[in-house]
Design a protein around this ligand. Structure first.
Ligand code: CP
Length: 328
């Protein structure tokens, strides 16, 4: 007879589902397919509202959105700020540079300080994996992960889905080739999960040291991008690479072998890049400026998707699932 093992019941596991007291968007794993479809539909409604002369909506009047960016950003920080403003929320933005973090204040104390203003949402970008989870553990605000190390960037994945759907009219069955430095990419990790949720397929393409095998199907041949509907280009994320590690012989050789050029694309393919782009390294300027490129559409999608995320969190949004990453 096999040995009997004790049952392990997590407290609350057997209770009926309920609306949680706090909801966060820390990872794509916090969402199911219905959540994603609802968020994309809400973003579409906001896109229609942005075509009017008066773009501001009263929806979140009296709410406070704090944008705490401890790592550099152009697209994510500007779109979250504009999204909150377009929904009539008050905004408060802090960056590491010029804040008391430079005097040694801990992330926990910064989060407690900002929470004293009773924000409804804290949007956080941080170089350390798990920083958004730490903030979520000490604040009553809803927390949105705007990028933590190489872990997750869930609103980037949502805006990418929005841009793909807008361009191709569908997500189910779409084949996306993600090309470049997948190893250090939170964008890739979030996008792979999001594409799988909506029934799309993914191939990771690049040199073996930069393309982990455990995330999705891989190819070490640049020619394989020809099979995809969408070619999603990643930059070399040198700020997250281990010091002294040599993943490629040189940028020149990387570019010669892996740069997405017009010659390597076939007609009808779409090309995406989360930005910032390094023209001439991972993407040929002729591709970046071509009709095939959705880069500006992605930025535009970022505004309406982040409006949808703020709206969703503060109204009827997704049920949070705590993710397991801790602060390193
Ligand atoms: N895609 C992205 O996260 O861009 P930023 O770093 O400019 O926010």
């Amino acid at each position: 007879m096999s040995e009997r093992r004790p049952l392990h019941v997590v407290p609350g596991e057997l209770l009926p589902p309920r609306q949680p007291d706090r909801r966060h968007l820390l990872s794509i794993r916090d969402l199911d397919r219905a959540d994603v479809e609802r968020l994309l539909a809400t973003a579409h409604s906001f896109a229609l509202s942005q075509e009017r002369d008066t773009k501001k909506l009263p929806t979140l009047r009296g709410r406070l959105v704090v944008n705490a960016f401890f790592e550099s950003s152009t697209r994510t920080s500007s779109s979250f700020e504009l999204a909150a403003k377009r929904l009539s929320a008050d905004t408060l933005s802090i960056k590491a540079s010029g804040s008391s973090i430079e005097k040694g204040e801990s992330l926990k104390d910064t989060a407690l300080t900002l929470s004293a203003y009773d924000p409804d949402v804290i949007v956080i970008r941080h170089q350390q994996i798990g920083a958004p989870q730490l903030v979520a553990s000490v604040t009553d605000a809803h927390v949105v992960n705007a990028g933590d190390g190489k872990h997750q960037h869930p609103t980037q994945a949502l805006l990418d889905l929005y841009a793909i759907q807008d361009a191709l009219g569908r997500l189910e069955g779409v084949h996306v080739a993600i090309v470049g430095d997948v190893l250090h990419s939170r964008v890739a990790r979030s996008l792979i999960q999001a594409l799988e949720l909506v029934g799309a397929t993914v191939t990771l393409v690049g040199p073996p040291p930069l393309v982990p095998r455990e995330l999705a199907e891989v190819s070490y041949e640049i020619a394989s991008i020809g099979e995809a509907d969408v070619v999603y280009v990643l930059r070399m994320q040198r700020e997250r690479m281990e010091q002294g590690a040599n993943y490629v012989p040189s940028l020149r050789e990387y570019s010669a072998r892996w740069c997405v050029t017009p010659e390597r694309l076939r007609p009808g393919q779409k090309v995406m890049h989360p930005g910032p782009m390094n023209r001439g390294v991972e993407i040929d300027p002729r591709v970046a400026d071509s009709e095939a490129a959705l880069v500006v559409d992605q930025v535009r999608a970022g505004l309406v998707v982040r409006m949808a995320v703020l709206y969703d969190l503060l109204t009827t949004g997704p049920v949070a699932v705590e993710t397991s990453a801790g602060v390193a």
